[in-house]
Design a protein around this ligand. Structure first.
Ligand SMILES: *Cc1c(COP(=O)(O)O)cnc(C)c1O
Length: 428
């Protein structure tokens, strides 16, 4: 373990750690449990389901049922960040707008929805409702609903996974039990209940909610547990984003090469979303992409798990941290071992961010770009600057901030965070 970094982690001060286990992708690849074919199979399944998505969620009509977000260029924000960091960023800042993904307004719309569709397809085959050649928009029909209503989808969530799975499952006719950790925001629970979802509240953290959900589902044949810590299906659903991103970058004329690498900054909770995206990025861009993970100073579970090599055998509580943060989507004390083991050699670096910084960035991003994000989604915003401060000699390239959530946040809730950021900015 890097003792100096560990000391900063314990003190909950912001720190950047260059992953000593980061490897050339060509050396990592032969040991991978998954391949590009797995990602392409996931993309094919999503394409088959696109007519259904379009039918169930009219907001996806413009994209013919494909759930995707744009890449944008926050030039004003880059200028602001240059000023506060007192440096000129080597390269251009871009932002991947998963905060406006259709259906559930967060990165979880990728993995969560994909896993529910995959399960629905299995059930449809088991019950001989459909064969592979048929039009999947039929999944919205009564015959399917009747079968799906006999099953209960179970998952544990800090909020957004519950939203994505709850909304999709309820639309298809499943019963849904969502186990919410203590960090989950009131409005997320309320919204789910409006969809008819059974929300079970826990006074404990995320890892506890997962354990309870998993045990509940194990006892019943008609329960299906979406396992945020261990699901390969979720992982591959997230990975599809990289194929889509490739097309978007080509279209925007943004080169990704040895001379012009791509740096991607990903907010990390239990690890599923950033882990799946990282795997996809590496399969698509190989050594020309460098993923960097961002976590709250009070919940740096993945950094701790990877740095110590202990993965899910160590919790942030073991080093004296409380796992309490405004970034509810990242409030995870114990990382996924499956994800840690799968992608630990694909992550270039990790850094931590204080809650106050998330508030300030939330406010500034609205002022500069009129983008409305939730606190967790801002963790990646300063990654490029943190990298340049820590490793001034890295080659210039494109810096892509993955903005992971925001558009479902009720205005009055978001406004409070905005005002908190305003107050902090005024004090400076
Ligand atoms: C869940 C979430 C993340 C991180 O995803 P994990 O799979 O938990 O690592 C990041 N940002 C937001 C807004 C989230 O909801």
């Amino acid at each position: 373990m890097n003792e100096k970094v560990l000391k900063s982690l314990k003190a909950a001060t912001e720190v950047f750690w260059k992953n000593e286990g980061y490897m050339e992708y060509e050396a990592v690849k032969p040991g991978n449990a998954f391949t590009m074919q797995d990602i392409e199979a996931a993309e094919d399944r999503l394409l088959k389901f696109a007519p259904l998505i379009e039918k169930l969620f009219p907001e996806t009509e413009g994209d013919a049922g494909i759930i995707e977000s744009p890449v944008e260029r926050p030039a004003g924000m880059q200028q602001y960040l240059d000023e506060v960091h007192g440096l000129e960023l080597k390269g251009r800042l871009h932002i991947k707008r998963d905060d406006i993904l259709p259906i559930s307004g967060s990165v979880k719309a990728r993995g969560g929805i994909y896993e529910i569709l995959t399960f629905a397809e299995i059930l449809a085959a088991d019950h001989e409702l459909i064969d592979a050649g048929e039009d999947y928009s039929q999944f919205a029909g009564g015959r399917f609903k009747e079968v799906f209503s006999r099953y209960t989808i179970v998952c544990a969530s800090t909020g957004n996974l519950g939203l994505s799975i709850g909304i999709m499952s309820a639309k298809l006719g499943f019963k849904v039990n969502i186990h919410m950790s203590t960090d989950a925001k009131e409005w997320k629970k309320k919204m789910l209940r409006e969809y008819g979802v059974n929300v079970i509240e826990h006074m404990d953290d995320y890892s506890h909610a997962v354990t309870v959900g998993r045990e509940e589902a194990m006892r019943r044949d008609d329960f299906y547990f979406v396992d945020d810590e261990d699901s390969v299906t979720l992982f591959l659903g997230y990975a599809v984003s990289a194929l889509r991103l490739k097309g978007q970058l080509v279209e925007a004329g943004i080169e990704v090469s040895a001379e012009h690498p791509l740096y991607v900054y990903l907010p990390c909770g239990v690890g599923g979303a950033p882990g799946g995206i990282t795997f996809g990025l590496k399969e698509v861009f190989g050594g020309h992409v460098h993923p960097v993970f961002a976590e709250p100073t009070h919940s740096p579970c993945m950094m701790l798990g990877v740095m110590s090599g202990r993965h899910d055998e160590i919790s942030v509580r073991d080093i004296g941290l409380d796992n309490v943060t405004i970034a509810d989507g990242l409030a995870v004390g114990r990382a996924s071992k499956f994800i840690g083991k799968t992608v630990e050699n694909m992550i270039a670096g990790f850094y931590t961010v204080q809650d106050d910084e998330l508030y300030r960035l939330l406010t500034k991003l609205w002022d500069e770009e009129k983008m409305k994000l939730e606190p967790s989604a801002l963790a990646g915003m300063t990654g490029a600057y943190r990298l340049q401060e820590a490793l001034p000699d890295f080659p210039a390239g494109t810096h892509l901030v993955w903005s992971t959530g925001g558009n479902m946040v009720p205005d009055e809730v978001w406004r409070k965070d905005y005002e908190a950021g305003q107050a902090l900015l005024k004090d400076e």
